[in-house]
Design a protein around this ligand. Sequence first.
Ligand SMILES: Cc1ncc(COP(=O)(O)O)c(C=O)c1O
Length: 521
Amino acid sequence: MVIGLDASGNFGFWKHIDGYCLRHHLDLTKDPNLKKSQSQLMGDLLSGLIKLSPDSDETLLRQLTQQLRSLITSGRLAPAQRLPSSRDLAQSLSVGRNTVSFAIEQLAAEGYLTTSPGRRAVVSIGASLDARKPQRIKTDQRTVELRVSPWARSLHNASWPPIYRGRPRAFQPGLADEREFPHDIWARCLRRAARSARVRGDSSHNSAALRKALQQHLAEHRGVKATPDQIMIVPSAQAGIALIAKVMIGTGDLAWIESPGYGGAFAALQSAGAIVAGVPLDEFGMALGERKDIPRLIFVTPSHQYPTGRLMPAGRRLELLRFAASVGASIVEDDYDSEFHYEARPVSALQGMGLSTTVLYVGTFSKSMFADIRIGYIIVPERLIEIFELAQRHMGLSAAIPMQDALAEFIRNGMYLAHVRKMTRLYKERRDQLLKALASETGDRLSIEIPAGGMQLLARCGAFARDDQLSARLLEAGVVARPLSSMVFHKTKAQGLFLGFAAWNDVEIERAARILGRIVR
Ligand SMILES: Cc1ncc(COP(=O)(O)O)c(C=O)c1O
């Protein structure tokens, strides 16, 4: 029910039944004592809506204030509606007049009511959260529409990220095995960082200690060339990619992405306004070929191409860097799980290869430590530091400083590297175990690209089944296998299953491979 005034100022109430408003006019214009009657009648109506309990733990004043406030915010007391006088309302509710006066004063102070001396309080315009109009609601007005920005609509339309409800299941890709993480040592770093947390003179959202530790680590292990100031600490690699897209992309700019490729990057670029072209791969990664289109930005995963796991060799890296420089494109190098390399020393990052191309480097700790750490980083060219720091602030894309400081200590004291080395051995064993299990359980049904590193592999299936249907059947049986078709951004019939091996022990791998074998055979 809505209580309010009609267009000609008459007082009335509207009842909502099944989406219709039934309006019951109370034509009081002929009443000689109109003012008093309106006030008293309004008091009577309100007493039907307000339930005060003397036995409640709340005072009568608090109960009355809360209930009046909620009648206003729900729209049941319409904007511009005049309340009864405090005397009439007190009488209708059988409470003291002071209680009513104090409640009205409180709501006036909060802006829900407007008061003026000698006049009854009025419900303030705009105090209602309910946009219903006291009129018949047409059916088409009731259709639910996403009244959000183009950015949000674009995210809504992107089929990323895949959501798997419940506990993680074998072979969910992208997950580290956090059961193997040295939680006690990490807890000590966190405790020390929390104890020494003080207001810093430095207003940066990037911990100087973590910037320095990371810079040294990345220079030594990834060949990255940067000063600590070029490193922005963000809550995840995905946040870093979104930040880069926001800063580097204008509406209608062309962005290239590997196809198959990383859906999170596709969604971030497209929602930032880019036209995203999926560029097919050859054996070395993104195939530049004879393409005629000129991108503004190129997104690649050269260490372990996502999802094939292919390593981009030095020749293709140089070709890519030269091409980007020649057309003035920037490269986003996503080095998401490059710590885990199984065959030889990993090829150095594109970022450090010394050409004049603009390379924005992305990394994350959610693979090398554990998914919930929620810390990633980007490395930007020197000339872009200021604009990226500003954008980082505006978007609030920062990680808690004590957490950053704890991570700095974890890296500095060698625990990070020790953990990465231990997990590299373990993940290699798991990769090999999965390869063996797939060979024995699935025979020649799947053709597997053996990844040189990383945490997952791609098993291609021929035309015998659709990968999305296989994936759905596997999920029902308790195994997560992402369909390749959900990761391609160009026209292709390629079918396959993307399987994570890092987070699963030998028993889990054997069991899930048996289920996979049963379903694909
Ligand atoms: C290729 C690639 N890049 C980036 C990310 C995002 O990592 P983060 O969890 O830090 O957002 C992922 C996560 O799966 C990924 O697979």
